[in-house]
Design a binder for this molecule. Structure first.
Ligand SMILES: Cc1cc2nc3c(=O)[nH]c(=O)nc-3n(C[C@H](O)[C@H](O)[C@H](O)COP(=O)(O)OP(=O)(O)OC[C@H]3O[C@@H](n4cnc5c(N)ncnc54)[C@H](O)[C@@H]3O)c2cc1C
Length: 568
């Protein structure tokens, strides 16, 4: 497709759009998307949150950040150190309803299949979902697969994705396992036989036994990504983009354990995202991918029934969905799914890809925090639905396409909602980091290391260059070349006032005195500073040992600032 010519060396052009185009699109659709995620149909998600065991390792290790045992032994809530109350943060707290069994279903009316469990005002006909069979074309393990319990309906609005304190070896083990799924066998026509889910699961266990936990940085070194085929890169990007979105939300809604307040943690953003532009790039990649999947559903969703009981709700939800999908379908394609799995020798790889993605869904049952598990499961299901639409749907056919379950559609739209909000949040963070940075050096670190080098071929290079994503400037850039040149010229220094000899001597003595005082002060302060650093490091070590979030360092070694020119 000439619309989507890619430069294989470039890392972000795996999608066929620019950062700024995606930002603009997001600004346009974000209000409708937000309204949609608040509609009954999309605000409740059915999943099996509590009745599945981690199939890969004992759950005990993954209960990290949850100092459950310690909290449980203390009777009086007030005696719990505030830092341990984190266990409460990671629990679900909002509305929840159980899926009715077959006996209960007969008794209940079509309008009230959940018999008011979610509250009086919820239109249950929009939320309730009859059981569905799973399909071999699914990329995710369907939520009701083989489980005794048919799951719960959970309010997504009442259980917002935010900081929960879930961290440490348990959380790392889950991320490790997820990234290890990216270790594909080399694609070739003679590649090994298709993996079954169990085969992939066994393979994962072997990797763990053989290598133990390895340093993730070397595992997902972005340089090595360029050696991979586009399918493998896409797999990695989806995972990393999802991870970046989760990190963005936990920094956006961060909890100060000491003051008990929620705030936007810029330091958290700087460490997890700002200093890793490739992660932000993967976030945008995911946005492009999911945008295309939803655009592809435009025709399919025209005849979709959103609620069976309330025609008003149905009309309202349908109108919003049409507005969203219509808009997405009207813009140039943001992702070209036809670039993947084109080679007939790639069919094994496609199966492998699907099985590995299903494994990622299974790993989500190993997440030791309710709220993180909810959002982890929802987002993997959302990406799974997007991949299913991209690779298994034909937008020009209707009847022959695989069935899209309500849970899949809800997961898809909410995952898109999360990505959309992450893009807004990273923009906010970026502007704040830039506004508070001292000079241009900080602004350079903000720019993604892997800006797309080649754009969609229907744009001129000048046009493409102007669309590249750059940190949002706080003040408008100069409008013409002369102004730009003028800006680059060093500013003329103010002439120094003429001083008398006496004034020169006084100034020099003053300088020597100030230097003497500064050196003396720094020696006096040294023991205090060292003991403060020691205590701080011990407390970080203690947190690390307990499996609690390690607070960022409040000190750093800095070379003395160069003296001001006029002091020389
Ligand atoms: C499925 C899941 C959902 C979670 N949801 C929440 C939540 O809602 N709220 C919450 O507070 N915590 C959540 N957590 C925990 C959170 O993601 C972190 O694990 C935790 O905050 C500890 O962070 P960390 O600094 O150890 O790095 P982690 O985020 O755990 O990352 C581990 C390692 O992965 C690498 N890495 C990090 N980000 C990326 C990326 N985008 N791409 C590639 N590599 C990367 C880095 O090498 C890093 O050291 C969740 C964890 C999981 C597994």
């Amino acid at each position: 497709d000439s619309q989507c010519a890619i430069d294989p060396k470039s890392t972000v052009t795996d999608a066929c759009t620019s950062y700024s185009d995606l930002d603009t699109l997001n600004r346009d659709i974000a209000p409708t998307l937000k309204e949609l995620t608040e509609a009954d149909f999309f605000a409740y998600y059915r999943l099996n949150l509590y009745n599945k065991v981690c199939p890969f390792w004992s759950d005990e290790n993954s209960i990290c950040g949850n100092r459950a045992c310690a909290v449980d032994t203390i009777d009086d809530e007030d005696d719990i150190p505030p830092i341990w109350k984190i266990e409460e943060l990671s629990k679900l707290e909002g509305a929840r309803a159980q899926h009715p069994g077959p006996g209960q279903r007969k008794e209940r009316t079509q309008q009230r299949p959940l018999s008011y469990q979610l509250g009086e005002n919820v239109d249950e006909s929009c939320v309730y979902e009859a059981d569905d069979e799973c399909d071999e074309r699914d990329y995710c393990v369907p939520e009701d697969e083989g489980a005794a319990s048919k799951g719960d309906y959970v309010s997504l609005l009442n259980n917002a994705e935010k900081f929960t304190g879930y961290a440490g070896p348990g959380a790392n083990q889950v991320w490790d396992a997820i990234y290890k799924e990216n270790c594909f066998s080399k694609p070739s026509s003679a590649s090994p036989p298709t993996n079954t889910g169990l085969h992939a699961a066994a393979e994962l266990r072997n990797i763990f036994q053989e290598h133990g936990r390895q340093n993730l940085e070397t595992e997902h070194d972005s340089a090595s990504l360029n050696d991979q085929c586009i399918e493998q890169r896409a797999f990695y990007r989806v995972i990393s983009g999802m991870h970046a979105s989760i990190s963005t939300h936990l920094c956006w809604d961060y909890y100060n354990q000491t003051s008990g307040s929620w705030f936007r943690n810029i330091e958290c953003y700087k460490q997890r995202l700002h200093s890793h532009p490739d992660r932000i790039s993967n976030l945008y990649f995911n946005y492009a991918l999911v945008t295309r999947a939803i655009a592809k559903l435009n025709k399919h969703l025209q005849s979709y029934t959103f609620c069976s009981g309330d025609p008003d709700q149905d009309l309202e939800t349908k109108a919003k969905v049409r507005k969203l999908t219509g808009h997405l379908a009207s813009v140039p394609n943001t992702f070209d799914e036809n670039m993947l799995f084109q080679d007939p020798g790639m069919m094994d790889l496609k199966d492998d890809f699907k099985q590995r993605f299903r494994n990622v869904s299974r790993i989500m049952d190993c997440v030791g925090c309710d709220k993180c598990r909810l959002w982890g499961k929802l987002q993997t299901a959302g990406y799974g639905a997007a991949l299913k639409v991209l690779f298994e749907f034909d937008e020009n056919k209707n009847g022959e396409n695989p069935h899209l379950r309500r849970t899949e559609l809800v997961a898809l739209i909410n995952t898109y909602g999360r990505l959309s909000h992450s893009m807004e949040a990273t923009r906010w963070f970026r502007e704040h980091v830039n506004a508070h940075s001292d000079g241009p050096a900080d602004a350079v670190t903000t720019a993604p290391a892997e800006l797309p080098t080649k754009r969609a071929s229907h744009r001129s290079p000048q046009e493409a260059a102007s669309k590249q994503w750059v940190p949002q400037p706080i003040s408008p850039p100069p409008s013409n070349k002369d102004e730009k040149d003028a800006e680059q010229q060093p500013k003329p220094r103010k002439p120094r006032p003429q001083l008398t000899l006496w004034e020169e001597i006084k100034g020099e003595c003053n300088l020597v005195w100030r230097a003497y005082v500064m050196v003396l002060k720094s020696w006096i302060e040294l023991p205090g500073k060292l003991s403060h650093i020691f205590l701080m490091e011990m407390s970080r070590l203690w947190n690390f040992w307990l499996g609690l979030p390690v607070p960022p360092r409040s000190w750093e070694i800095e070379f003395p600032k160069p003296p001001r020119r006029d002091e020389l």
